[in-house]
Ligand binder design. Structure first.
Ligand code: ADP
Ligand code: MG
Length: 273
């Protein structure tokens, strides 16, 4: 054991069992294009601005989060894929520091094969949890960007997490997907992770001028008996520009309505992390 590790262990022992562990939050919705990735990048940057130690985990083979944080997926040496399926590969070897003051475990296209490789493994839903659990000592918040599916990788994210945030576009048909996802959350709570809580539905791509969007927003909390995070994230063209610059909207467009909304949502979540 190195001196640094010994010191860290000692201070942990002194802190005792009350030492605060970081909170793992899955950002999930099996529908694509609902702003999961945008929300992970933006909330991550907002928590970093608030002085939190933040780790983001890209759990989507499309690697959009990785790319949008300025990391070239083709140049990644150790990704979440190796950590999940390559036995003995440490998550710490995969962590890269990004702009916006956040750390990232990047993804690569090969992650598309991980589901099949995990399937025959015993305890396949617990692999991500075993990877992230030790990192809760190093980070205040760990946000997991899920892929648009309810497959083994998303089950891993829900099993590893204390909380789940469900981004939802305020349109009528969006409801269907949310119901299905909540059934999965209920199953995960019953079988795999009793401590999982829905931190809230996050209304995204919100157009406050649309009567329909306002009606959906007013209905959604009651319909599912769940908290609705506030404020809703407005639809703004600024979001389309940020990923190409490798930064989140919080730095590319500091005072835009979208950046302000994500900051406010992050502050509202502080008591939970
Ligand atoms: P997901 O990860 O759920 O597939 P993304 O975060 O990739 O969704 O967002 C889908 C698209 O919508 C992206 O092109 C993104 O830039 C855009 N987008 C996300 N949030 C907003 C917003 N509030 N206003 C406008 N465009 C947005
Ligand atoms: Mg995405």
């Amino acid at each position: 054991m190195t001196q640094v590790t010994q010191d860290r262990e000692k201070s942990r022992e002194q802190d005792g069992p009350a030492t605060r562990l970081g909170t793992i939050v899955a950002v999930a919705n099996q529908k694509g294009g609902v702003a999961k990735t945008t929300s992970v990048a933006s909330l991550g940057a907002a928590f970093a601005e608030l002085g939190k130690r933040v780790l983001l985990v890209d759990l989507d083979a499309q690697a959009c989060l990785t790319f949008s944080l300025g990391v070239d997926p083709d140049a990644v040496e150790v990704s979440i894929n190796e950590v999940l399926v390559g036995r003995g590969v440490s998550a710490r070897d995969a962590i890269v520091q990004c702009a916006d003051g956040v750390d990232l475990i990047p993804s690569v296209i090969e992650l598309a094969g991980a589901e099949a490789q995990l399937l025959p493994r015993p305890g396949r839903e617990y692999v991500l949890r075993s990877i992230l659990e030790p990192l809760r000592h190093d980070y205040d918040v760990i946000l997991v960007d899920c892929s648009p599916s309810l497959g083994v990788l998303t089950l891993n994210a829900l099993t590893a997490s204390q909380g789940v945030i469900i981004p939802m576009v305020c349109e009528m048909l969006s409801h269907r997907g949310v119901g299905q996802l909540l059934d999965t959350v209920t199953d995960v709570k019953t079988i795999l992770n009793p401590g999982l809580e829905v931190f809230g539905i996050l209304p995204t791509l919100y157009d406050g001028r649309s009567k329909h969007a306002r009606a959906v927003l007013a209905d959604v909390g009651q319909r599912y008996g769940l908290p609705v995070l506030s404020p809703p994230i407005p639809k703004t063209v600024r979001f389309a520009e940020a990923p190409a610059l490798g930064r989140s909207i919080l730095t590319t467009s500091r005072s835009s309505k979208g950046a302000v909304a994500y900051r406010d949502v992050a502050v509202s979540l502080l008591p939970r992390i």
